[in-house]
Design a binder for this molecule. Structure first.
Ligand SMILES: [Zn+2]
Ligand SMILES: [Zn+2]
Length: 65
């Protein structure tokens, strides 16, 4: 089944398949139909600046708390 990250879901009019894939402040490695193998945050947003879909990645930084 095809799954899309938040940005691709918006772009293609699809559903975000990766919401809640990991806990807040963590990343999950997933396969997005638009991006290829990427990392997403807990909101399902692509954070991989080198993904196949160009430059839509959101900034993500590790919280050291
Ligand atoms: Zn992407
Ligand atoms: Zn994507």
């Amino acid at each position: 089944m095809a799954e899309f990250c938040a940005q691709c879901a918006k772009q293609y009019g699809m559903k975000n398949g990766f919401i809640g894939e990991c806990k807040p402040n963590y990343l999950a490695t997933v396969v997005c139909e638009g991006c290829g193998v990427i990392q997403v945050n807990h909101k399902g947003e692509c954070v991989s600046h080198d993904c196949d879909n160009g430059y839509h990645a959101v900034d993500w930084s590790i919280s050291n708390k």
